[in-house]
Design a binder for this molecule. Structure first.
Ligand code: 13P
Length: 250
């Protein structure tokens, strides 16, 4: 049985006081174990305050990105080692905004995944096709390549690994994927994981992301091969995010 994982990716939103106010509200809502793993991904600046507030609370913490080198002359970057130090459990690797706006390629994403695992963190590898790739009938080809290269450097069992399937054209557009298409892709991803990691692949959770909202969340979260959601815009309000978490209860 895979426990669903619903995560809030705040992207470049919220000052530290705003992050605190949000988390205080979320902690109030999360008093009872929802039977769902809940994770928030604040900006780096809010991670220490979030870690302090979430101590002993059933809400996990993640970093939106991290550099694979432990230390060095990388102005502006934050390393996996540095976020590990803050009580972070998850690291997003290869979010489409990092790939598209910051020029990250599959090789760098693979190094991030490997570094996260080396530091005992759980990578969430983000994959997803562009609109042109879907229109050309090449969506799986794109995702297959991202899995291949993103997980290529991994040796041994990828403890805690999660895959987030986020079609690029569905992110921030209000146009979510068709649930049947999300299920088909999640099923192919799962078969790929089984082939690569054997029985361990069965336990790896596959999230859907891209314009998930309180009113469509259940359509995705009830799919057999979708084990959670990675939520952007709708996660910025704690009540809306909590409504999505509730939709994942089985
Ligand atoms: P939206 O939910 O705003 O479409 O963003 C999805 C996303 O990129 C989560 O990582």
């Amino acid at each position: 049985m895979r426990i669903p994982i619903v995560a809030a990716n705040w992207k470049m939103h919220k000052t530290v006081p705003e992050a605190r106010a949000y988390l205080e509200r979320l902690i109030g809502l999360a008093g009872r174990d929802p039977g769902v793993e809940v994770v928030v991904f604040p900006s780096f600046t809010a991670l220490p305050a979030a870690a302090a507030l979430l101590e002993g609370v059933p809400v996990g913490l993640g970093a939106q990105d991290a550099h694979p080198e432990p230390a060095g002359a990388y102005t502006g970057a934050v390393s996996v080692a540095q976020v590990a130090d803050l009580g972070v459990r998850y690291v997003l690797c290869g979010h489409s905004e990092r790939r598209k706006l910051f020029g990250e390629d599959d090789a760098l994403v693979g190094r991030k995944v490997r570094a996260a695992l080396e530091y005992g963190l759980a990578p969430i590898l983000c994959v997803g096709e562009a609109l042109e790739e879907r229109r050309a009938g090449r969506a799986w080809e794109a995702v297959d390549r991202q899995l291949d290269r993103g997980l290529g450097p991994v040796e041994g069992d990828p403890d805690g690994l999660v895959i987030a399937y986020e079609p690029v054209w569905a992110i921030g557009t209000g146009v979510a994927a068709q649930p049947a298409d999300a299920q088909e892709m999640a099923d192919r991803i799962r078969r790929w994981l089984r082939e690569r990691f054997g029985a361990v692949g069965d336990a790896i959770r596959v999230q859907y992301g891209g314009s998930v909202k309180p009113d469509n969340a259940r359509e995705f979260l009830s799919l057999p091969d979708v084990d959670g959601a990675l939520v952007g815009g709708a996660s910025l309000d704690p009540d809306a995010f909590w409504a999505i978490v509730q939709s994942a209860r089985r």
